[in-house]
Structures are given as C-alpha cells and as structure tokens.
Design a protein around this ligand. Sequence first.
Ligand code: PHE
Length: 464
Amino acid sequence: MAAPRGQWSGKLGFILAAAGSAVGLGNLWKFPYITYENHGGAFVLVYLCAVALVGIPIMIAEIILGRRSQLSPVGAFGKLAKGLPGGKAWQGLGFLGVSAGFVILSYYSIVAGWTLRYTWMALSGSLGRIATQPGALDAFFGNYVADGGAQILGNGLFMLLTVGGVYFGVKAGIERVARILMPLLVMILLALAVYATTTAGFPRAVAFLFRPNFSELTNHSILEAVGHAFFTLSLGMGAILTYGSYMGKTESIPMAGLAIAIIDTIIAILACIVMFSIIFTFDMGVSKSAGILFTTIPAVFYQLAGGSWIAASFYVLVAFAALTSTISLLEVVSSYAIDELGWSRHQATLTMGLAIFVFGILNALSLGANATLSGVAPLGKTHAGVFNTLDYLASNWMLPVGGLFIAIFTGWVMSARDTWDEIRRGSEGSRTLYDVWRVLIRFTAPIAVGAIIFSIIFLGMEYQ
Ligand code: PHE
C-alpha cells in the first residue's frame, strides 16, 4: 500500500514552499543582470506586466491541475485528460516537465554549489584577500569553474542538501526547510536593502529601476521579460503543479498564486536595489553572465565597512534561495517515481538525486575542465558546452513550450465547469476573478507565449 499523500500544514505552508521554489538564482542573479543589460525602467515595467498577465494566470492554472488531480505532472495530465480531446497524449506534457526538472537541476545545483564555496571563502577571509586585488576575482573565478574536482564537489554537496530536504517528505522536509529559510532570507535581504539606502548610489539605483525610458525597449527585451517571468516563477514544468497537489481543498487558489508572485517579484526588485545601489556607488561596470554575482559584487562588498560580514550574509542568502528551488526541482522528478512507479519516497529521492548528480558531472566538467564537454555546441556557438546548451534548451524551449500547453489545456481542453469547480473551493464568491483568469489563460497567456516561441523559431531571437 502506498503511503497517504503528503499535505502542507496549511495555507502558509504551501505559500512558503512555493515561494521558496520561485525565489532563487533567477531572482538574485539572473534578474539583476538582465535588467542591467536591458537598461532598467522600461524592461522592469514589461517584466511586471508579464508576471501579472502571463505568470499569475499560468501559476493559478498549475495549482488547479495539481490540486484537482492530487498527482504530480505525468499522472495529473493522464487523469485530467481522460475522455477529453488529446486523451493520454497530454501525459507527454508531464514527461516534458519531469525532464525539465531533471535537466535544470543538473546545472542549477552547480551554480548553487558556487554559493557554498563563496560563503566559506567569505567566512575564512580568503575572499577578502582576493577581492581587494585588481583582477584577482576574475582569475579566481575562471580557475575555479575550470577545476572539475571542485565543481563536482560543490555540486555533490548541494545535491546532498537538496536530497535531505526532499527525503523527509512534504511537511517534515520541504515545508520545514522553507519555513526556516524563507524568513531568514527575507531578513537578510531587508538588512542589505536598508544598508543600500544609506549608500550614495541608492537614488540612482531607484531611478534606473523605476524611471522607464521606452525608447530603450526592444522586441528582444520584451521577449526576455516574458521568458524570465516563467523561469523566476518556476512555471512551465510542473513544479507549482506538484506543490499544488499537496494543497488543502479549503484554501484559495487565486490568493495563493497572487501571494507567491508578489513575494517573488518583491524579492527580485529588492535584490536589484541592493546590487545596483552598491554598483552605482562605486561606479562599476557589470560583466555579463555569472560575473555579477561572483566577480563584480564581491569586489564592491570589500570596499564597504564590514565587508566580510556583508559578503558572507549575501552568499548565505543566495544559497538559501537556491536550496528551496533545487528542492522543488527534485520533488518534481521524485514525485513522478512515487506516484507513477510506486516507489517509496526514500527510494525515489535517493535514486533520482544520485542520477541527477551523476548526470550533472557532464555539466561540472563543461566549464573548462574538459575540452570536449566545454566545446560541444549542438544548438549554436553562443551556447557552447553542455552546461550552456542545457540551460538554453530548458529555459528557451522546455519552460515556454510547457507553459503554452498548460495554458491551452486548462483554458481550452478542460471544461469551465471543472476549472471553476476547483477554483471555487476555498475562494467562494470570486466568480469575477475566475472570469478574468479565464480570459487571461485562454487568450492573453497563450498568445504572449506563442509569440515568444514563434520569434525564437522564425526570427531567431532568444530571450536569455
Ligand atoms: N524559479 C527558480 C529561480 O528563480 C528556478 C526554477 C525554475 C525552480 C523552474 C523550479 C522550477 O531561481
């Protein structure tokens, strides 16, 4: 007999766990860096619209699918599509989600491993020594990522923490980690934000973020904003769907979806305020890709009083955020084995965690350690190496395609009677809200996401 399905302890448990999934490297690393590249203001505004018009409706759709089916993605589509157009074929969407979880976790945990190393270096003082020598941070980072052993070690440590979170189940594992880490994360970020307001660069940071200049907006930045809305809200692969399957029937789905999106957005904006305030204070340029978090920011910290404490708390913050996200990625893959293959949670977590870690070795060695793995470029030269190829594949293809079909399934294939019946539970009387959601999920979201996919295929655009 299978164990009874886990459940969150209540409304807060679900919101904290799902917000933990959403808040991650996407908020603290990717968002500040793409905001910088897209000149702030107008891009931030488009991103906020994308969250509201595409992100929130798809988030609500995923929660509906999970809670209605009480299953993780593969089983959920199998059960809900029975007798509807497309039938069993919809399960493919579940498999796409599970594969996306596997792939994303295999490289995400490598970057997450870097945060452990930098936390340790901040505490031991070695980060301070290199941060004050010109060029030393870049040199260190270059050597570090090319050190295969160090990459495998960091990845392994982070996977152990992740497995630890998922192993103990929905309430005693996932929710407990989120309950401890999310408030800590918010406290550290708020402390850093208060600090940022005292720096000379603060007013410029605020103007940069909130004074839109629409002449700087390109088609490309619009696509990038919409694509990032998916990644940062953990949408398109069934992570929120899976968490929704552990949600009680007496809670309001629209309110929870709204709360998660708002928390995620506030944290992304706060991260920008912190980083841009200090970057503008010292007039530093922001380097592309991983640079902002691991080579630009530490140099700035050590120009401030108490630099090593700021640096240490900052990397702990990033590590916490990453951990609650990796936990949700592993939960999607493990819950497939639990729900569909009948494995025990312990067996599923350990086996899948190990499999993803072993697969992740390919990523770990593709940042310079192994020439072949670092050079392969099946999807084009701008995504050279296994790591970059998989990141491109997952965030440019798997998540938007998954999101598009989730919108089509919930908006067009499932009946309004069924979706209303699920939303209604826990949020009685909000028929108007439901009607707004239904227009967004049937028209706005699929058209916007369809436009992204169309542009990638036919116009050769990327939003990464
Ligand atoms: N939302 C996470 C972040 O912003 C990443 C993520 C994507 C997690 C998809 C789970 C599923 O870092």
